[in-house]
Design a protein around this ligand. Sequence first.
Ligand SMILES: C[S@@+](CC[C@H](N)C(=O)[O-])C[C@H]1O[C@@H](n2cnc3c(N)ncnc32)[C@H](O)[C@@H]1O
Length: 247
Amino acid sequence: MAIYDTLGATYGRTRQPDPRIAAQIHAALGDAADVVNVGAGTGSYEPPGTVLAIEPSHVMLAQRTPRSAPAVCAVAERLPLHDDAADAVLAVLTVHHWTDLEAGIAELRRVARRRIVILTWDQPVFRERFWLVREYLPHTVALDDVRAVPIDRLVALLGGARREQVLVPHDCTDGFGAAYWRRPHAYLDPQVRAGISMFAQAGEDVLAPGLARLDEDLATGRWHSRHADLLTLDSVDVGYRLLVTDL
Ligand SMILES: C[S@@+](CC[C@H](N)C(=O)[O-])C[C@H]1O[C@@H](n2cnc3c(N)ncnc32)[C@H](O)[C@@H]1O
């Protein structure tokens, strides 16, 4: 069973594409006439020229709207497409889930004619800059220390890539890991956590002590006095990166 058949049941509720991040992704895709979206999930960030979405989870496929691109149930490691099938291939917040990263990236290179665009994150930067994992849930990210793909490894497999910072707006509409950096109460909401694989896979027992401390710090105002600087910012760089490879 695909992992998102378990994790993805409420994905559409908290994971709406953020327009500012969408604009950056679409700019990175440039003038690609046709795009294949791999690890496409519910269809977030698919540009209008998307000709096919590749997604292994039936639960995620079922949440795609009738207006989404056509989708097939398949994995990155074995794309059901011929060589040079599309101008560009897109993969958003998915490479860390692949069982064989090397095979998956080789498939992206085989299928893309001109460009590959990948959104991922730099785990050491994330760990250091994101207050939630640094101060409250350091053990939770142990899983991500293993599954996060080192940026340099990804760039090497891609045969080179341009790296862009992806800033997270304070009101980000896509509820991924650090999306609520300026809305700390959100992390106390089980539905929000269910949409974030780092937390969903860690399990509630592991999260409970850190979340109890966060709850208390929010109630006493300690969080707000410690993070007063954050409350003045509109966006932050906590390590999300766009990799753009021209073939
Ligand atoms: C965090 S979701 C991202 C979905 C979508 N790209 C987005 O930005 O909303 C990760 C997706 O990767 C998919 N996935 C997991 N393993 C995969 C694999 N081996 N090949 C392709 N996609 C995979 C999951 O099923 C899930 O839909």
